[in-house]
Design a protein around this ligand. Sequence first.
Ligand code: NAD
Length: 459
Amino acid sequence: MLHELKIINPATEDVVATVPTTSPEEVDAAVRRAAAAQQTWAAVAPGDRARILRRFADTVDAHTDALAELELQEAGHPLGNARWEAGNVRDLLHYAAGGVERLNGTQIPVAGGLNLTVQEPLGVVAVIAPWNFPMPIAAWGTAPALAAGNAVLLKPAETTPLTALRLAELALAAGLPEGLFQVLPGEGPVTGTALVDHPGVAKVVFTGSTATGRQIAARCAAQTKRLTLELGGKSPNIVFADADVAAAAAAAPGSFLDNTGQDCCARSRILVQRSVYDRFMELLEPAVKAFTVGDPADPATQMGPLISAAQRERVRSYVPEDAPAAIRGEAPAGKGFWYPATVLEGRPEDRTAVEEIFGPVAVVLPFEDEADAVRLANATDYGLSGSLWTRDVGRALRVSRAVAAGNLSVNSHSSVRYWTPFGGFKQSGLGRELGPDALAAFTETKNIFISTELSEESP
Ligand SMILES: NC(=O)c1ccc[n+]([C@@H]2O[C@H](COP(=O)([O-])OP(=O)(O)OC[C@H]3O[C@@H](n4cnc5c(N)ncnc54)[C@H](O)[C@@H]3O)[C@@H](O)[C@H]2O)c1
């Protein structure tokens, strides 16, 4: 077990911090503290719980610049993106606070009495987060779990614990009870496993790779533990001949280059109808090359480095930088884990066309007709997101219904809004986050029947 994590700025390779890891014994102590804090928190009146969460949101807002700078340091995100991420945490906390007073039960008509359902908090929830969007993804689990009356133990990824640790300090400053929201940095197989296996943890929310998600699911199943999984993706971007092809080509680079392609929703399989294929490729090339790569602190930068040397090796194992490519952008030389924007022309059965690369690489494939497009779009084990570009509203609906994925966009690449449900089909996950049902996912429904019949012995 490592005793500390070295946090490296991916743009400079400088060590920016060292962070102690959390041992299994410390995880056990954290679970006990969290369980005690949860009892206090669940007894706080809903309006007061909402007020404290809104204060947490305002505190995050007041520290946007500092949080964005930390995100830049630990993850190499361009400053503008990192500020957006801090704003997403703030907005989600406000949204979750708004749900506290609307976490209603129901009254169901039955004969002979009154039948009620009540939503009870689960207890202690473990949120295990990846490194690609450290702040927002930590908040997607944490905010609704807290709002529903639970305690949260957040394990950030090995490479990106700094923003999470800062968020826990801000939570305390905003008045959340001590121990209610704790951040436990550490290695997945040690700290993560100790959390998943701990009998005092009622639910696990895991975002990360499909392989790790499956291992965690098996361990949770052994304890009938509640579980939400947000896993990998290989999402299609389908361009029909009747679309505004120029608009589709202009929007495509952002859909697989934002966050240096380290995005579970990246549209990394571009499917283009054969009759407009050549035109689309002509328009795509200048758009990819115009995507600005470089210093994350420069406000003009759109794409920073990959997260780590290991991640760059992974991307290279799919596509070495000198492999033939239809389009290749520039990348800075020297220090930093840089990798150029790369577009490949391939075949549907290529590894690069079906596996998640998690780097700035897209594969373009031609298709003949609508049925062919749907068949290609579904020819992957994943089913997280997808886009389609068409002017035909009937086709937009037909194809959206036929593609097996949790989040589809028409003439857009936007999949994630904190107020709409998000999650995957097939190997991309289990359950949904965000949206109006987010709080309910952190509760247990209890049914209570009260008889109104007079018993024989009653006076
Ligand atoms: N669907 C979504 O919402 C979504 C969002 C972002 C990222 N992702 C996916 O996340 C992946 C990238 O993230 P990653 O490389 O950090 O994933 P990862 O699976 O390696 O790690 C994710 C987290 O799990 C922890 N972990 C690793 N092994 C563990 C174990 N045995 N027990 C408990 N915890 C363990 C890690 O320390 C980290 O905190 C990609 O596949 C991406 O598509 C999905």
